[in-house]
Design a protein around this ligand. Structure first.
Ligand code: KG4
Ligand code: ZN
Length: 336
């Protein structure tokens, strides 16, 4: 089969990223320009600041990705871009840049769903085999996605309130950690002990949904109460106790779904897939209870937002000729 080389753009939140991906599984380049430093002092992503950074960075990041891949546009078969979900002002920069490139170089334009991108990041590790189940955990999403075949997405469970990453970041903020606190909390959890018991919301319920806002409040209240009483609270033990609760619920429901759906592969996806505890417990439990199901976990560099995952997802769309016109718009609330 002929080789297909796609230039992909991701700008849905606070990373400006451009990648060149061949045949949906080989990364020729994946440049990520993070804006985290600019948002840190606000304790979260400021949408207008994010858009302004994207518009400043995008052309240089495209150039860097092409240079790193050592290709000219003659070798590019299509331009892919994240159309949503995400911040509208951020998405629009990527969409506009992608349209300009597609128009100038006469290439087809492929819109990609950001969440599909996180899932297809796993295709850069190993070929996907269906049916599969993906646990998508990020700053904005916590979902169990069943895929009977390539391109079909069935959300069988999701969070009723906060996303897992959001709970990490909000607790991190109360502990005075720099934004986003998820990674640091994970590190702290590994140095602490589970001395406190926090609730495992919805774990016994007969569905695949999650809830993290009660847990988040419970952890934050524990911190506030201790501070009011002048009690010492070990932030490492607190992080360990919180993380134990998050992981137990995520892993419990994921395993139940994987058994019920009889899948061939289980995929971990999204920024929180970088969580060391989650990676370890999910792999260990799967090996114990479902040894015949392959577990795919992206390398750390492909867990957070990046354009290589968008290029991987775009390959399926390319083969189906799912191209967009020049009227493509950003869709901040896009669903899978
Ligand atoms: O996928 P992503 O880069 O952006 C979204 O699409 O949301 O995910 C970012 C989220 C943040 O909430 C961040 O704190 C969290 O992923 N995160 C982690 C870890 N690394 C990143 N959460 C827990 N443990 C980690 N090691
Ligand atoms: Zn993401």
């Amino acid at each position: 089969e002929r080789e297909v080389t796609i230039l992909a753009i991701e700008s849905s939140c606070d990373e400006t990223s451009v990648a060149v991906v061949r045949n949906g599984d080989t990364v020729l380049s994946n440049v990520v320009a993070s804006q985290i430093k600019s948002h840190m002092r606000f304790g979260g992503v400021v949408p207008e600041v994010a858009s302004r950074h994207h518009v400043e960075q995008i052309t240089q990041v495209i150039e860097a990705a092409m240079d790193e891949a050592n290709l000219t546009f003659a070798a590019i078969d299509a331009i892919a871009v994240t159309e949503g979900p995400g911040l509208v002002g951020s998405l629009l920069i990527g969409v506009s840049a992608a349209k300009a490139l597609a128009f100038a170089h006469r290439k087809p334009l492929i819109p990609v769903n950001h969440i599909a991108g996180h899932i297809y990041a796993n295709q850069l590790v190993e070929p996907l085999q269906f049916p599969l189940l993906a646990l998508v955990v990020s700053g904005g999403h916590t979902e169990l996605v069943y895929m009977e075949k390539d391109g079909s997405f069935d959300i069988i469970g999701e969070t009723r309130d906060d996303a897992a990453g959001e709970a990490y970041d909000k607790i991190g903020r109360v502990l005075g950690l720099p934004y986003p606190g998820g990674k640091k909390m994970d590190e702290m959890a590994h140095e602490g002990k589970e001395t406190l018991h926090f609730p495992r919301a919805m774990i016994q319920e007969d569905n695949y949904d999650f809830s993290f806002s009660g847990l988040k409040s419970s952890v934050i209240n524990t911190v506030h109460n201790a501070r009011q009483k002048g009690d010492d609270i070990d932030p490492y033990d607190l992080a360990a106790s919180f993380q134990a609760s998050v992981i137990e619920v995520l892993v419990h429901k994921t395993l139940r779904a994987a058994k019920e759906k009889n899948v061939r592969q289980l995929l971990l996806a999204g920024g929180v897939a970088a969580n060391r505890g989650l990676r370890e417990v999910l792999s260990a439990k799967m090996a114990q209870e479902l040894p015949d199901v392959a577990v795919l976990i992206p390398p750390l560099s492909l867990c957070g937002d990046n354009a290589a995952m968008i290029g991987a997802a775009a390959y399926s769309e390319y083969r189906k000729q799912n191209f967009a016109g020049y009227d493509l718009n950003a869709h901040p609330g896009l669903v899978l």
